[in-house]
Design a protein around this ligand. Structure first.
Ligand SMILES: [Zn+2]
Length: 210
């Protein structure tokens, strides 16, 4: 069993100080770093800059993680999520690896069957409905919910969300997005119902206070 973390914009490379992966132009989700800054998720095919050789290169698979454990970006052609350990194809003889520093709230457990699904916060995409104007003191947040066993979004699934103790129920849309309203930085826990077998989705977001 191994644990991987999502790669996000600004994550460094192991080839030396100054290297980093770029924020993707076509992001479909963000993850908050330790300081509360939202950082765009990075996908295979995005780029990184290597300070050692002074060149940029494309991000490709390097982590020994099963492909189907990676989130799929259906908005942009089905590309897969990049994680810590993936490499940047710069001019170095040995491609540097991404050090997943800022996306550690997004954890993927591979090989142990422990993580059967995932949620990307504030997930947005061209095919998802436009987020509504937040009402007073209410924040509309979109969660992309998918089955990490297959990589497929959980479309039209009933869910119950526990938002800081109060319940919101609904259905994910045809692209796997759930719309949940919160008061600021409340913790959100989403459970979806499955026919067989039953699975519960764990949140990646800790219980924060605004
Ligand atoms: Zn290099």
């Amino acid at each position: 069993m191994a644990i991987y973390y999502a790669a996000v914009e600004g994550d460094p490379l192991d080839s030396g100080e100054g290297g980093r992966v770029y924020g993707t132009k076509k992001t479909i989700g963000t993850i908050q770093d330790e300081n509360g800054r939202s950082r765009s998720m990075v996908f295979i095919g995005d780029e990184g800059y290597c300070a050692k050789c002074g060149s940029a290169g494309v991000i490709t698979y390097g982590a020994g993680m099963a492909d189907n454990r990676r989130m799929v970006d259906l908005v942009n052609g089905g590309r897969r999520q990049a994680v810590g350990g993936d490499v940047v194809l710069c001019k170095c003889a040995t491609p540097p690896r991404i050090v997943a520093l800022y996306g550690q709230k997004f954890k993927i457990i591979d090989g142990g069957g422990g993580m059967l699904g995932g949620i990307a916060e504030n997930a947005t995409g061209a095919v998802s409905p436009a987020p509504q104007e937040p009402e007073r003191h209410r924040h509309v947040r979109w969660f992309y919910v998918w089955d990490a066993a297959t990589g497929e979004p959980l479309r039209n699934r009933d869910y119950v969300a526990d938002v800081a103790g109060s319940r919101q129920s609904g259905k994910t849309d045809s692209d796997g997005y759930a719309k949940i309203e919160t008061d600021g930085e409340q913790s959100v826990e989403i459970h979806t119902t499955f026919s067989s077998p039953r699975r519960n989705l764990k949140p990646y977001r800790g219980a924060e206070s605004g």
